[in-house]
Design a protein around this ligand. Structure first.
Ligand code: 5RP
Length: 288
């Protein structure tokens, strides 16, 4: 792998565990101004110091993210369908690789729709993008999208979709967590990160999802709604960092969230001396 590509991947997976906490704010490309992301600039600004990478479209990047930001960018480059259509799989490539390079992104991302009407086109898009990414030194992240068919998210389907993505050359894959997620990891020879999906019942449930995914071999998360639709998005992201980077348990991470969410107690609790882990990185912004 060329230096440029390794450098880009390395910056997205920082720290001794080489895991990542990506923040997904790309939903507007097919959902419009969805709850929590009505004003992307306002949503992104307080969260940016706590994200290892920011996943979004070029429109929001140019309009809402300061160019001085050192946070790696994962640029969504597929689109063309909206929630007003039943079939969300009718996507095309919406950004030229030369514009991605001009934006100095760390990776490009596209949805692949295995088993949907748009399967062939999305897989061909992936293969073509990998060729262009190889030329430019820019990694490609495949997103195993299920459109409105959320019930598709089981180990059998996701194993297939992730493996196909890796076989076609994706450098990393974003998928969903599911029961039996170890099988998905085992069958996918490139790093996997998990999305959160629609808002879960509680912050605890989102932390549990991240914890289980990392325990099963995911290299981190690329989460959106369970962060910025939470009552306290920054605290939530800090709790997720504790899980992904520090190996915190769900209870420990929840303590980080609760402490960070309390206006008078900004410092998150440290784990008792003598225990294996520290939550310090979860409690503080990443060093960018
Ligand atoms: C939208 C996406 C999202 O980035 C992805 O689903 C992660 O966000 P969430 O955690 O809200 O599911 O790919 O198509």
């Amino acid at each position: 792998m060329d230096w440029g590509m390794r450098n880009r991947l390395g910056r997205m997976f920082p720290g001794p565990r080489a895991n990542t906490v990506m923040l997904a704010v790309d939903h507007g490309y097919f959902m419009g101004p969805t709850h929590g992301l009505e004003d992307p600039r306002a949503t992104i600004a307080p969260l940016l110091p706590y994200a290892d990478a920011l996943a979004l479209t070029r429109g929001v990047l140019r309009a809402c993210v300061p160019p001085e930001s050192g946070t790696p960018i994962v640029l969504r480059v597929s689109g063309g369908a909206t929630v007003l259509k039943d079939d969300l799989s009718d996507e095309t490539i919406t950004v030229a690789m030369r514009d991605a390079a001009r934006l100095n992104v760390s990776a490009v991302a596209l949805s692949v729709f295995v088993g949907a009407p748009g399967e062939h086109r999305s897989l061909a898009n992936l293969a073509a993008l990998v060729d262009e990414g190889q030329d430019a030194g820019i990694p490609v992240m495949a997103i195993t999208a299920v459109g409105k068919e959320l019930e598709k998210r089981d180990a059998r389907y996701l194993s297939l979709a992730c493996r196909v993505s890796a076989e076609l050359g994706a450098h990393l894959v974003k998928t969903y967590y599911c029961e039996g997620f170890e099988r998905v990891v085992e069958g996918c020879p490139v790093p996997l990160v998990v999305a959160g999906g629609p808002r879960l019942d509680s912050d605890r449930a989102a932390l549990e999802l991240a914890h289980a995914a990392v325990a099963a071999g995911a290299r981190g998360i690329d989460m959106g709604r369970n962060v910025w639709q939470s009552d306290h998005p920054v605290a939530m992201l800090r709790g997720l960092r504790a899980v992904v980077h520090d190996g915190a348990s769900v209870d420990e991470a929840l303590a980080v969230v609760e402490a960070a969410a309390t206006p008078v107690a900004r410092a998150a609790p440290r784990i008792a001396p003598g225990t294996r882990r520290s939550v310090s990185r979860g409690a503080t912004p990443s060093p960018r």
